[in-house]
Design a protein around this ligand. Sequence first.
Ligand SMILES: Nc1nc2c(ncn2[C@@H]2O[C@H](COP(=O)(O)OP(=O)(O)OP(=O)(O)O)[C@@H](O)[C@H]2O)c(=O)[nH]1
Ligand SMILES: [Mg+2]
Length: 468
Amino acid sequence: MKKLKNKTNEWFNRSIDQHVTLAVTGLSRSGKTAFITSLVNQLINEGNGAQLSFFNPVHQGRFIGAKRVPQKHFNVARFDFDQAMTAFCAEPATWPEPTHGISELRLAIRYQPEASLLKYATDMATLYLDITDYPGEWLLDLPMMNLSFKDWSAQTCELLSQSPRQAAAADFIEKLKQVDPLQKADEDFLAILSLEYTQLLHHFRYELGLSVIQPGRFILPGELAGAPVLQFIPFPGLELLDNELYQKAGDDTLLGMLKARYQAYKQDVVAKFYKQHFVNFDRQIVLADCLTPLNNGRESFADLQQAIALIMQSYQYGRSGLLSRLFSPKIDRLLFAATKADHVTPEQHPHLVALLNQLIHGTRQELNFEAIDIKTLAIAAVKTTKAGKSLHQGEEVPVIQGRRLSDNQTITVFPGTVPAKLPKAQYWQQMAFNFIAFAPGELHGAGESLPHVRMDQVLEFLLGDKMA
Ligand SMILES: Nc1nc2c(ncn2[C@@H]2O[C@H](COP(=O)(O)OP(=O)(O)OP(=O)(O)O)[C@@H](O)[C@H]2O)c(=O)[nH]1
Ligand SMILES: [Mg+2]
């Protein structure tokens, strides 16, 4: 009897005080800040007009309330929810500022458990939800863990020699070819080369709209900006160097210094992130903006596809998985969300999901995802447009209406079609998609909930079972 009582107590305790760690990631500008702000806004304003009918605790009337409480880790930046809400409440409303590193926020969510036993035990249960925002670029580095400096250099220089990177990178590579890797190490010289390489990465990301950026920390250095561990470069032609010379290159040579820093980067930056943060995540949402690359053209879209394949390696837990050989992560639910779905008319949403499925499908088939439940959704954390129909040459066409970000004009457009499959050459010739950045609608105070698309389905997948 005593044993049974203990068992019940254990369950009771666990149930009234549950914890879930939810990680939110995605490449820069994919919509992480908007997503977390909306998610928190929906939960703390529940009962105040938030539209969460697909979230079971709300649908079944068991949701009691949510509030922000002090975060778990004191050494991680606070997610700036208030600043983001201030932007949405401004006149005219604006988008929150870009963020550059990892941040955290904790919510306490009160609800009534469904389970009858608990109903006798208590009327209320609390779910502590720790939300972590971190750059998706950091996940692009995992494959480096498996590569020597020589192999990484060869792979990266190969990428730099191909279109669309080649045009911007040619001078840099040419310059390196004139440098003897065995020359005397010079920190200042290496600092200059690293800066040039970092500028190239910025150009790829922000001007060419490319997604495969390695090392990912170089464009989002956080507190490591300027540290020697972020000062190295891929070096061309090392495969031609005598292997013994490569192996024996001392720390007083350029090559030796490059190898040492590359090694330090892998251990002190990449592995450290996985050890300190990633292994503690219970659930993960990966946000992907498929529309901007679709708008940018074939090469940008192909690069997104490659970046997603790299990111997927972080969720490959089978025996062959690199990550599970290094650490033991525990994510059991993984949601892929195509963000900014309010940019297309609603009948295009299934296409957007189909496209995202195809992007992750290539790798999903090969990888072992036994332990993970995966779902894909098309969402808008903050809905900025209204959908309707308009007459065009005697035919009804679906349109969206919203306030254009660049000039605040209200416009009505047919944004084009999203291909349901990975687009073929013909799609790019037609340039079928026309992406326009919209401004968010104004909120009348932080107590109002943000309009959204499918945030309730997101909540149900990520938290529904924990609040049963
Ligand atoms: N229409 C629409 N635009 C969105 C939505 N979410 C994000 N955006 C747009 O995408 C931009 C980037 O969103 P953020 O939430 O700042 O993205 P992020 O991933 O946090 O970006 P970084 O902090 O730079 O890594 C915003 O400024 C908006 O222009 C959405 O739900 N709907
Ligand atoms: Mg952000």
